[in-house]
Design a protein around this ligand. Structure first.
Ligand SMILES: [Zn+2]
Ligand SMILES: [Zn+2]
Length: 508
């Protein structure tokens, strides 16, 4: 009898263990696969994050800003306006030391102890949310992986792995969807390099900075030029503030009109002289150990500038050997290798989507002409190789698509872009006039579609979202054929925008 009872007990225990094991392994059967969003640059950096004595290092707290105001005033009055470049350099160094130094990494590119982001672990409530983008303050939105933008993207990729594993565990899903904006793509690319595509259903790359940006490349390589950039500046501002915005049109047209007499060009030429005289000194004495030792920012230096930038900033200084090894590891294994990483991921069954802005003039600091961009990142880099007309021009009436092997048309209806030279022409979308920072309605309609599309979407999957799309009048729609640039004169733009602003003022 005793034996029988113990057998029954043993069986009962076995069954209960097995069934609880089954319960623990039970998968969620919902069709809302968890989406993890990796945002772009700029998450606040704190000293003692998450504690009561948390202090914001980036952006600096009001105290640090207030402490810098006298130096800013002196830099302008005793430096720029007095033509005393040495004085300008001195005050610029003071400003950098007060405002930025507390957030700097050490010479090996490590963040100082007790500094970082206010990390938030994933919570299961997020599982079925659909809002985009996820923000820190929203209680709605995708899972949002917050990371320290200063450090090596490969280190952040290891933290992303932990985050993904946690999301899978709490949601009871084996697969997740990754989507990233801007710098977040350097982290996702590093993740895919380190861990491959296992458990990743889809990767959506929005305005990706995984190939860097010529803005940072030209500054780090000291190949910048502000000379004769007045009109470029006007074009760039128009794109940043929005083509459809009345104030934006007015500001841009006024700058161009004033610049007919060379006034804006003159100011920029002067700033160029100041930079040429002081840049080396300010970098050597201060910025090298503030900006120059952030691996996350080095990931923004494109390949064509990379080695020149390293020589310009570190020269033969042996102190930075460990740092250089770290940034080389990212540069040569991830940035330079991105097409093979994505090819492998795709071959392993993960869907990929790339979306990038175009038809906005880049911030005019490079020696070459303004590039097609979303004002911050070059369209060619984001799209892994699109052929782009110079800003304000088209590829020409007689232009022939470079690659015709696939049999589709990949030239934009406005004649500005040839997408046939992209690494993934069937999976790369171009969003005309869309500035870098815009992740709002109605653009999110497209992003949501791409995220929730069952399987691998192509540029032929939907009539609503062909390869070239545009936001106008509050809607997202296919790009129409037409001219690349503005056809009205500056005078016409100034008068009509003033009338519209007056009308608005009286209507209120
Ligand atoms: Zn579920
Ligand atoms: Zn094709």
């Amino acid at each position: 009898m005793k034996k029988a009872i113990s057998i029954i007990l043993a069986v009962a225990i076995m069954i209960s263990i097995c069934s609880s094991a089954v319960a623990a392994n039970e998968k969620c059967s919902c069709d809302m696969m968890p989406v993890i969003y990796v945002p772009g640059f700029g998450e606040p950096i704190y000293l003692n994050p998450g504690s009561d004595d948390e202090v914001s290092l980036f952006p600096p707290e009001q105290d640090a800003i207030d402490a810098s105001i006298p130096d800013i005033v002196k830099a302008v009055i005793f430096g720029l306006l007095s033509g005393n470049f040495e004085a300008f350099g001195k005050y610029a160094i003071n400003i950098a030391e007060t405002m930025l130094k507390p957030a700097a990494c050490d010479k090996e590119g490590n963040a100082p102890e007790n500094t970082g982001v206010d990390y938030e672990p994933p919570v299961n409530d997020t599982h079925k949310q659909t809002a985009f983008p996820a923000t820190e303050d929203d209680d709605e939105g995708y899972f949002c992986f917050l990371y320290d933008w200063r450090i090596d993207p490969l280190e952040n990729a290891k933290l992303l792995k932990e985050y993904i594993d946690e999301v899978k565990a709490i949601t009871k899903h084996d697969k997740i969807i990754l989507t990233a904006h801007s710098q977040g793509n350097t982290v996702v690319a590093s993740y895919l390099y380190l861990y491959g595509n296992s458990g990743i259903e889809k990767a959506v790359f929005l305005s990706p900075a995984y190939q860097g940006l010529s803005l940072i490349g030209s500054i780090f390589a000291q190949e910048y030029s502000l000379s004769e950039k007045g009109d470029d500046l006007a074009n760039c501002l128009l794109g940043i503030m929005g083509y459809e915005d009345t104030v934006s049109q007015l500001v841009s047209a006024v700058i161009k009109e004033i610049n007919k007499a060379g006034i804006v060009d003159g100011i920029l030429d002067y700033l160029q002289l100041v930079l040429e005289s002081q840049f080396d000194r300010v970098f050597e004495e201060s910025l090298r150990d503030i900006l120059g030792t952030l691996p996350g920012v080095w990931a923004f230096v494109p390949d064509e500038y990379y080695e020149t930038a390293k020589s310009a900033i570190f020269g033969s200084n042996g102190e930075y050997g460990v740092f250089i090894e770290k940034i080389d590891n990212y540069h040569y294994n991830v940035q330079k290798n991105i097409v093979s990483i994505l090819n492998e991921v795709k071959a392993g069954g993960t869907a990929i989507v790339i979306a990038a802005g175009y038809n906005i003039s880049s911030i005019p600091v490079t020696k070459s002409d303004a590039a097609q961009s979303d004002y911050l990142v070059d369209t060619e880099y984001m799209t892994l190789g699109a052929t782009c007309a110079p800003y304000g021009e088209s590829l020409g009436k007689n232009y022939l698509q470079k690659n015709t092997a696939c049999g589709h048309n990949h030239v934009s209806p406005d004649g500005i872009i040839d997408a046939s030279t992209c690494a993934f022409p069937e999976h790369t979308w171009f969003v005309k006039n869309n500035p870098h920072h815009n992740l709002y309605e109605p653009y999110t309609d497209f992003i949501e579609w791409a995220i929730r599309y069952d399987g691998q979407p192509t540029v032929d999957s939907s009539n609503l979202y062909p390869q070239f799309i545009q936001i106008s009048d509050g809607e997202i729609r296919p790009v129409q054929s037409g001219s690349a640039g503005e056809t009205r004169s500056n005078g016409e733009i100034i008068i009509t925008s003033l009338i519209m602003l007056l009308k608005d003022a009286f209507a209120e």
